[in-house]
Ligand binder design. Structure first.
Ligand SMILES: Cc1cc2nc3c(=O)[nH]c(=O)nc-3n(C[C@H](O)[C@H](O)[C@H](O)COP(=O)(O)OP(=O)(O)OC[C@H]3O[C@@H](n4cnc5c(N)ncnc54)[C@H](O)[C@@H]3O)c2cc1C
Length: 579
């Protein structure tokens, strides 16, 4: 059953356009440094913004991109209502590459069915967006593989999937309108992505469509609960997860339609194959040169992460069946596989978070007929994904290389290229850190616990600017998702929303002993230490395994944890006192 709620992003109210004051356009004093260290990509974006500009967003003096989009929807509402159906309906696929439980696709199919006209699927590959958004080659490859499956699944319903590449991302809105006109389509559907570039693009597209007699207002789908729907007692967006999560659970209890899974589309009318013949045998877009994988990587990722929503749904069932019950107890153990490894499927949209929550709830009841912490803890993890998207929609400047608290940008960071490279290469001399960084290189995925360990290590032990680590993750993860990645880095570096307090600094050795007690994870990823059979594996140079480490060329620790800890405390205290 489709939800009864409104499927489109209707605005909260009319906003007069907010005018920006000239001083708000001044860059941050460190703008040059962040550009030189590869944090701000100047070929795509302006220099790092000032903290004052962030504050203007917080104060509501600048329009948030989500408001820009809502305003576009509101201001075109009358015009959109007057648009009559054409000869097709278009669904634009983006990060929602599935038929199952896809709100906008469902609505598109309903419109097509009501008017007896065909539904057309559209996908536009944007190499410029992939470059600007640092999309990893593994994720691009995964997307293209999923598109192939999606095309087959849609084809079985006589629905074509038209795919093309647009070199210039700015050209996309105009091109979509042109395609709608070519196909005689008067209704366009798509789900909302909450990142800044995407919201601004969609706002533009809403207006352009309305001007050209195409009805388009994007749909909320990717979060279980819509961003903006939960407010604290002061009427504000929560900045702390726990009260936000309580409110999320309460909201779903009071609004059960938000957990109603949308039906898959049915078949197109017979004439679709004849009328849109050319659209059925489209090639999947080619991989851009800067995102190519080697043959070995391609084969490896195909084996590790088979493409498509069928695989995602099977994995979900298998995980809940075999590991759901023990999730709470086992989820932080880094050796073996105790978590779902569904993040690549969530990130590409091959799996809906709603379906995941509904299935876990069902598993909870079916198995035990009572509250079971394993499933509920897993649901609360899926909720973290929602939380970070809610944060992004409310504080959009986090999408522009800024911290949630802008004053944290003033922390005195290091910009040492050699230390950064040692971290990337997994050659820091801290075995748990090195194991995780090598897992990233090999699998394009890392366990959550070790993501926390390496982000803390980069920012507290090496004192390197967290944003360089954030970029490295995006460029390498198959599940790279802006909001979750930024949230994770904010947590690890104590600069984000609901972060780990800066004075609680992870000790890599203790983390290693606690979450990889037998050293299995390290042995797997760091071959130089495989011969170390005892606990010395956590700290080979200090615990009598130096002969093996040295013989196999394993590096000595590049920093002293105790000294680094003191330095980090001083730097954080210094910056926070000044602000
Ligand atoms: C520094 C850092 C960077 C991160 N970058 C990303 C990223 O780019 N993309 C990404 O999807 N996750 C990211 N995470 C969150 C988390 O590490 C991964 O979602 C998780 O490890 C994925 O494994 P899984 O699917 O087995 O998770 P499970 O434990 O099975 O959890 C199920 C799902 O819940 C969601 N989830 C779980 N933990 C978190 C979390 N802390 N924050 C947000 N969502 C969560 C994910 O969608 C995940 O697939 C990051 C965390 C840190 C500390």
């Amino acid at each position: 059953m489709p939800p009864k709620r409104k499927a489109t992003a209707e605005p909260n109210g009319s906003h007069a356009p907010k005018k920006s004051k000239p001083y708000l356009h001044q860059p941050h004093p460190n703008a040059k440094q962040t550009e030189d260290f590869g944090i701000v990509l100047r070929q795509f974006y302006p220099p790092e913004m000032s903290n004052e500009r962030c504050q203007a967003y917080i104060n509501g003096e600048l329009e948030r991109p989500i408001e820009t989009m809502q305003n576009a929807c509101q201001e075109t509402a009358d015009k959109r209502r007057s648009i009559q159906p054409g000869s097709a309906v278009v669904h634009w696929f983006k990060s929602d590459l599935r038929l199952h439980d896809n709100r906008a696709l469902h609505a598109a199919y309903q419109t097509a069915k009501k008017h007896g006209i065909p539904l057309i699927g559209l996908y536009i590959a944007s190499p410029e967006d992939w470059s600007a958004h640092l999309t990893s080659p593994a994720r691009v490859d995964f997307t293209l593989r999923i598109l192939k499956r999606l095309q087959q699944d849609l084809g079985e319903l006589d629905i074509p999937l038209y795919m093309e590449t647009q070199e210039k991302r700015k050209a996309i809105p105009k091109r979509i309108v042109e395609l709608c006109q070519n196909w005689g389509a008067k209704h366009l559907y798509a789900n909302i992505e909450y990142e800044v570039d995407e919201l601004r693009r969609e706002a533009k597209l809403v207006r352009l469509c309305a001007e050209n007699d195409v009805n388009f207002a994007p749909t909320h789908d990717t979060c279980v609960v819509t961003p903006g729907a939960l407010a604290s007692q002061q009427g504000k967006q929560y900045a702390v997860y726990t009260p936000w999560y309580r409110s999320w659970l309460r909201f779903l209890k009071e609004n059960p339609d938000y957990l109603e899974v949308s039906e898959e589309p049915g078949s197109n009318p017979r004439n679709a194959r004849k009328d849109f013949k050319d659209l059925f045998d489209c090639d999947v877009p080619a991989t851009p040169k800067n995102k190519e994988l080697s043959d070995a990587e391609k084969k490896r990722f195909e084996e590790l992460y088979p493409a498509g929503e069928h695989e995602a749904l099977q994995r979900l069932d298998k995980f809940l069946e075999e590991k759901g019950e023990k999730y709470e107890e086992m989820r932080s153990i880094v050796a073996g596989e105790h978590t779902s490894v569904l993040s690549p499927y969530f990130a590409s949209g091959a799996l809906s978070a709603r379906t995941a929550v509904v299935t876990a709830k069902r598993a909870n009841k079916n198995h035990l007929d009572r509250y079971e912490p394993g499933y509920m803890t897993w649901i609360s993890e899926v909720a973290w994904r929602d939380f970070y998207k809610h944060v992004l929609a409310n504080w959009p400047f986090i999408c522009m290389n800024k911290c949630f608290k802008p004053e944290h940008t003033n922390i005195e960071w290091e910009y040492d290229q050699d230390l950064f490279q040692a971290w990337c290469d997994g050659k820091t001399g801290y075995p748990i850190v090195d194991a995780a960084m090598r897992q990233l290189r090999h699998s394009a995925w890392v366990h959550n616990r070790t993501r926390m360990v390496v982000s803390s290590f980069l920012t507290k032990d090496l004192m390197l600017d967290w944003r360089r680590g954030e970029r490295h993750f995006m460029e390498n993860l198959i599940d790279g998702d802006f909001a979750s990645n930024h949230g994770g880095w904010g947590f690890g570096s104590s600069t984000g929303v609901d972060p780990q307090p800066y004075f609680r600094i992870f000790n890599p050795l203790r983390q290693s002993e606690r979450f990889d007690p037998e050293g299995e994870y390290i042995r797997h990823w760091v071959p130089e230490l495989r011969e170390v059979s005892n606990k010395a594996i956590h700290e080979p140079y200090a615990r009598g395994a130096e002969a093996i480490a040295q013989k196999n060329g394993y590096p000595k620790p590049i920093v002293d944890h105790a000294k680094s800890r003191d330095r980090a405390l001083e730097r954080f205290k210094g910056a926070l006192q000044k602000s």
